[in-house]
Design a protein around this ligand. Structure first.
Ligand SMILES: [Zn+2]
Length: 546
């Protein structure tokens, strides 16, 4: 049955739909993010249930841009001179080509490999549209007509997208599954003299650069002072090159070869000889062992949602989950900015995308993403630091594990000013200085709370600095290029400062820092009292390792 509409009305509706379709395509990068955000694995890095702000803001942006295109078209229709029509046709074709080129660049930044077929297909389509612009100016609107038809057909994408998102929303994890597991009750104090251990993992603290080469140059008086009273290893090896595998390995005391992020609290861990793997929450971990020993253990950690996974093995837990994939960052930013702030920022990002196309490189988008990540990571550092300092000073806690998001790039600290002002030109050395400042503050807190003489410190890192990830990004320098030669060193620091000990020593044998958890428990249980004890304990482990 034909609609009872006049041809003029039908034409207007068609034009409006084309404007809407085009506006929708212009926000293709955000739809791509939103598609990504639907994956169950994304929940693992969320601090809370998915937030709808990004989706709502994207819809508002699409409607606003539709209105802009519509007003433009009205202007042409009111007085359709040949010049105006040609201009409108050229703008229309360029607006069709823009989302194709924009998403092509976005895919290439986001994907781990360059996909030749999709690149060739998109460039071919863009070339056809470019030829259409030339033809339209010469008075031949053939390609314009074809593009109009295609844009009209693509209107159907929108209801399909909405149904897809609606179904996904209905099957989403309930808010309660993002809550931490309830903590254990505090145990009464143990018999005997008080013994505490604070185990700190400074993310990406590189042994070779920071302690062996002492480059890039940063003053580290607190670390030097601590090392002069500690056993400092010179050949401790990381468990894995990345945080996602290294932290589970360190906390389980098992070197995993692979991990798979699966759901809100699901991380599957694999040893080299197990194909099936197991859930990390069911795997052994240092906190379960601590509990069996009557030790009150607490955790303050970055990156993994530790408290959802095994918060029920601790008496206190704070996690700050984070993975800065493009999509997750967009969602987190939207939550922070609110609806209208996000609408503004999404238009700003369109301008960056145009800039990126004109300049023919990804720098504008990548730089803005790095800066947003840097600001977010600095807030996460503060959150972790404040809670860690409170736990470290709490004498009811016998074992405190802290995973600090520094010196992991990007720069969070300004070593020249000695504060947290983020100015251009900061680099890895600034974050190393932040590690030093943090170590100094921890000493001060322990001394002030009267716990310095009963607290041992174990300091390590999850992995060395990763040039493959950071070269060319915010805070990367030619010096880092030269120093690393593009390669990640496997060496991580292991510094063991025993309570009441002031003698320093180095430990030169090679071993994996996967032993740090068991070493901490051996100290807290009173097995190790001197540098010689720790040396003997490490020798035993080094003898056993392959
Ligand atoms: Zn890491």
């Amino acid at each position: 049955m034909a609609l009872p509409l006049s041809p003029a009305t039908r034409d207007s509706i068609k034009n409006l739909l084309i404007c809407f379709s085009l506006a929708n395509l212009c926000f293709l990068r955000r739809w791509y993010d939103l598609e990504h955000l639907k994956e169950r694995a994304m929940d693992y890095y969320r601090a809370g249930p998915p937030d709808g702000t990004l989706m709502e803001a994207t819809l508002i942006c699409v409607l606003l841009l539709t209105a802009v295109f519509w007003v433009g078209w009205m202007w042409v229709e009111r007085k359709p001179s040949p010049a105006r029509v040609k201009l409108a046709q050229a703008v229309f074709l360029l607006a069709c080509a823009y989302p194709l080129e924009s998403v092509r660049l976005y895919w290439n930044q986001d994907a781990d490999h360059f996909d030749v077929i999709s690149n060739v297909a998109l460039i071919a389509l863009e070339t056809v549209l470019g030829m259409g612009v030339v033809l339209a100016i010469m008075g031949n609107p053939r390609i314009v007509r074809a593009a109009r038809k295609a844009a009209l057909a693509l209107t159907l994408l929108f209801p399909a997208l909405m149904i897809d998102f609606g179904v996904n929303h209905l099957s989403a994890e309930p808010a309660a599954s993002f809550a931490p597991k309830p903590p254990l009750p505090l145990l009464p104090p143990r018999a005997g003299p008080p013994r505490r251990v604070v185990w700190i993992v400074f993310d990406e603290l590189d042994q070779r650069l920071v302690f062996d080469l002492r480059r890039p140059e940063a003053a580290i008086p607190e670390l030097d002072r601590l090392r002069s009273e500690s056993l400092a290893a010179t050949h401790a090896i990381q468990t894995a090159p990345h945080t996602t595998i290294a932290l589970p390995s360190l906390l389980s005391g098992v070197i995993y070869s692979e991990v798979k992020v699966e759901s809100v609290d699901g991380l599957r861990v694999y040893t080299p000889d197990s194909r099936k793997g197991m859930e990390w929450r069911d795997a052994p971990n240092i906190f379960k062992k601590a509990r069996e020993m009557g030790v009150n253990a607490a955790l303050v950690g970055w990156h993994h949602p530790y408290c959802r996974v095994f918060g029920d093995a601790l008496v206190r837990c704070l996690d700050v989950p984070s993975e800065f994939t493009t999509a997750a960052l967009s969602e987190a930013d939207a939550t922070a900015l609110g609806l209208w702030g996000t609408v503004g920022s999404l238009f700003e990002r369109q301008i960056q995308a145009i800039d990126e196309i004109v300049q023919d490189n990804a720098t504008p988008t990548q730089r803005s993403r790095d800066v947003r990540t840097q600001q977010r990571q600095q807030l996460q550092y503060f959150q972790i630091r404040d809670r860690a300092y409170a736990d470290i000073a709490d004498k009811q806690l016998d074992f405190v594990f802290v995973h600090v998001p520094a010196p992991h790039p990007f720069p969070l600290y300004n070593r020249r000013r000695g504060d947290f002002t983020l100015t251009p030109g900061l680099d890895y050395a600034d974050n190393v200085a932040l590690v030093d400042r943090t170590v100094g503050e921890i000493r001060k807190i322990l001394v002030q709370s009267g716990l310095w003489d009963s607290t041992s410190l174990v300091i390590t890192s999850d992995h060395g600095l990763r040039p493959n990830l950071w070269a060319g990004r915010l805070g990367w320098t030619p010096e880092l290029d030269r120093l690393t030669g593009g390669k990640q060193s496997e060496l991580v620091p292991v510094i063991v400062k025993l309570a009441g000990q002031e003698r320093g020593a180095t430990y030169d044998r090679q071993f994996s820092n996967v032993v740090c958890g068991d070493l901490s428990l051996a100290i807290v249980s009173g097995q190790l009292h001197s540098v010689e004890d720790v040396t003997a304990w490490l020798n035993q482990r080094a003898d056993k390792s392959p």
